[in-house]
Ligand binder design. Structure first.
Ligand code: UDP
Length: 457
């Protein structure tokens, strides 16, 4: 702990998926390390996946207490139910804390859940959304919400020139914006993030000045966000939170020991780590191209194939490749990325995975599938120079030849030295941002200071 003085009480509410629980829980831990009482309030179904010291855990309800979204089966229904049940149970929780002498000073909520701000305001306390996408992606959605860009974004109008952002080509644009009818409920949710920001007391974004200063600053009138990232466990960055080697949340059982034992037998920087995060589902064709690409590359690989995806692997593949590869259904990604044997991260470019790759200095091959991943992959290759984006063919599939080419280039090709140099540079900048006196650290301290002043009033 940096400070031990009691400094207000913040209730943090994530959207209940792995890629959202992780950064919000990390923020709660960061606040706790600065003397703030932090409570994470999450849906009953995800409650048991969270295990962390120094942060309280309390249930709220999305109306599907047994298995969450899987029980609802329908995005629209799930979101409506979460809003109704979440508002009610959050309000009860705030009241419970009030009655028990531990009043809540601020609700920090996932920006996907703007109703949490209404609840905070009904109780007369601060409310602050936490954006889990890049500033660039938030910038684009914010413009759309304010009618400054209209949908769908079309090929004919690309490259899209937006002040403060690099020119965006068609493949770089978030998929929802090119095909607004593809996931209407998700699109509506992503736009609703901006619906009541004028009532918010702070806006937090999981990125950092050095990474996306201009992208954030150029929209600061509409989206005055405080950049506080990367929200990655402290052991990999500044080390100022004791024993902070993992997020402390896992919706699936990680096979960490198997992975680490296997990696220990491999020489430094020779293994490709492959993961598509928690949500992506590949087609059979996409899966096969990766299978044969990895095989043809001749490289060692550790591949996370979620249980729900494993029947897409060709028969006998797991056994036939035992020499070269290990396939697990889930792992502790940070422990893997940190391992000396890892030379490259094949990633879907979810924002957390992207920040983790950057923070741990691991060169990346982006194989984005949908949503904001497409934009993140552009930055990985073109703006930060920490990897390559594998190009899709006309059918939208990354072929094995392309994957092999990217792997070879990142691991040992002409651009490899520069990519590794850039990866080390970003690692240092990420560390600096959250270390004492760093840009993100200062922004978090300012917030904590405000809570203290409010408590003293
Ligand atoms: N992750 C993990 N183990 C795995 C795969 C992923 O712990 O085997 C974590 C990863 O470290 C990241 C999160 O799951 O923090 C995924 O978030 P991201 O934004 O990258 O992608 P999403 O799952 O939201 O698409």
């Amino acid at each position: 702990m940096e400070e031990t003085e009691y400094r207000g009480h913040v209730v943090v509410i994530p959207y209940p998926s792995q890629g959202h629980i992780n950064p919000l829980l990390q923020f709660a831990k960061r606040l706790a390390s600065k003397g703030v009482k932090a409570t994470i309030a999450t849906t009953r179904y995800t409650l048991k996946s969270i295990c962390t010291a120094n942060v309280g855990v309390e249930p709220i309800s999305d109306g599907f207490d047994e298995s969450g979204f899987a029980q609802a089966k329908n995005v629209d229904l799930f979101l409506k139910s979460f809003k109704a049940n979440g508002s009610r149970t959050l309000s009860e929780l705030i009241q419970k804390f009030q009655d028990s002498g531990s009043p809540v000073s601020c609700v920090v909520y996932d920006s996907f859940l703007p109703w949490a701000l209404d609840v905070a305001k009904q109780h007369g306390i601060y409310g602050a959304p936490f954006f889990t996408n890049s500033a660039t992606v938030s910038h684009i959605f914010c413009l759309i919400h304010h009618g400054k860009l209209s949908l769908p974004l079309k090929l004919e109008t690309t490259p899209l020139i937006i002040p403060g952002l690099p020119p965006l080509n068609f493949p770089d644009l978030p998929s929802f914006l090119k095909l607004p009818e593809s996931y209407p409920a998700y699109l509506a949710m992503k736009l609703s993030q901006f619906s009541n920001l004028d009532m918010a007391d702070w806006i937090f974004s999981n990125t950092f000045e050095e990474l996306e200063a201009e992208e954030a600053r150029s929209i600061s009138k509409l989206w005055p966000a405080k950049l506080i990232g990367p929200m990655v466990p402290a052991a990999y960055l500044d080390g100022r939170i004791e024993d902070d080697k993992g997020y402390g949340a896992s919706l699936w059982e990680p096979f960490s020991d198997d992975c680490i034992k296997w990696l220990e037998t491999k020489p430094p920087k020779t293994v490709v780590y492959v993961s598509f995060g928690s949500m992506v589902s590949l087609t059979l064709e996409e899966m096969e191209e990766i299978v044969w690409g990895l095989k043809e590359s001749g490289l060692h690989f550790l591949w996370v194939v979620k249980e729900s995806e494993q029947d897409k692997l060709p028969d006998g593949f797991v056994d036939s490749t035992k020499e070269k590869g290990l396939i697990v259904s889930w792992c502790n990604q940070l422990e893997i990325l940190e391992n000396q044997a890892i030379g490259c991260f094949v990633t879907h470019c979810g924002w957390n995975s992207t920040l983790e790759g950057l923070s741990l200095g691991v060169p990346m091959v982006g194989v984005p599938k949908w949503a904001d991943q497409l934009t993140d992959a552009k930055f990985v290759e073109e703006i930060w120079g920490v990897g390559l984006r594998a190009k899709e063919d006309d059918k939208g599939v990354v072929r094995k030849e392309e994957l092999v080419m990217c792997l070879k280039e990142v691991m040992e090709g002409e651009r490899s030295q520069q990519i590794k140099k850039n990866a080390s540079k970003w690692r240092e900048l990420a560390k600096k941002a959250v270390s004492e006196g760093g840009s993100s650290d200062k922004n978090i301290n300012e917030f904590v200071q405000h809570l203290v002043q409010k408590d003293r009033q």
